[in-house]
Design a protein around this ligand. Sequence first.
Ligand code: IPM
Ligand code: MG
Length: 356
Amino acid sequence: MAHVLVLPGDGIGPEIVAEAVKVLGALTKKYGLSLTLSEGLVGGASIDAHGVPLTEATLAQAQAADAVLLGAVGGPKWDGLPMSDRPEKGLLGLRKGMNLFANLRPAILYPQLTHASSLKPEIVSGLDLLIVRELTGGIYFGQPRGVRTLDNGERQGYNTLVYSESEIERIAHVAFQAAQKRGKQVCSIDKSNVLETTALWKEVVTRVAAQYPDVTLSHMLVDNAAMQLVKAPKQFDVMLTDNMFGDILSDEASMLTGSIGMLASASLNEQSKGMYEPSHGSAPDIAGKGLANPIATILSAAMMLRYSLGAPEHAARIEGAVGKVLDAGLRTGDIWTEGCQKVSTSQMGDAIADAL
Ligand code: IPM
Ligand code: MG
């Protein structure tokens, strides 16, 4: 039986993960999905209990599980900690420790939410793009890094943007293979007019493209890509990015879909073992109030069933149920528009579980 490690984390994490677990439970009851779940601590919750954002025992459990379902980490309570001890290090430790180099972030506009988008309907309706973000390299992990004191007594911060050819190659393959199953276009994002690392990125991606003659490759500078995403987002099929550009552009893309509360993500290693989490953060300002949108986490659970647990039929059931509930006009506050019924986090989870 497949085993999933559930790591709710901080802020709204526990509330939204509870709704995804509810939906998985309903699949078990109605359709016989067989799954064992165990729960652990990560981020601030782990700092409070164990003094570190990720214990070795939790990382070992994550490595042993078939998949990890994560909520979100971080919050003002832990903001004063040094960089190396912050909740975010728990998340980064899981990504690195499980070798989850490929992060898939689909930005899909549900037709029911066209009017919740910040862009005009004609610009966003039908939007379906996939950001393929490199997740275990680049400036997030590059050495050397830190804050040093110069001879004149002034402090200087420094980070390193590094990518080796093999790191670029393997994420490029993921993007091209994803594109083969979709619109057959990859747009690779770089800043090759300024940064050597991303000029190498562009060169290596171009080389890998030769193995995928059925996919069209284009290149775009990251600043232009940020602009094009709000100008004409439907021009994109698969966007291939490094770690930091993908972090930034995926938040931007998520807003096109009405709310960042709708965006799921999968982070995969070479064996398609993965961690699944909403693309949004822990939203400490609304934590515990029943205001959070659980759909991104519920859709992440669907991605988990599809990519790591070999159960695409169950994934489709969840996705269908989300569509039905949106059709019925139920909305959490972040996607609410006039004429719809405003519901809480758990009411949304209940409705999706019922609609399965
Ligand atoms: C994300 C988040 C993380 C990141 C943070 C919480 C470390 O913003 O998953 O996009 O920067 O990767
Ligand atoms: Mg981010």
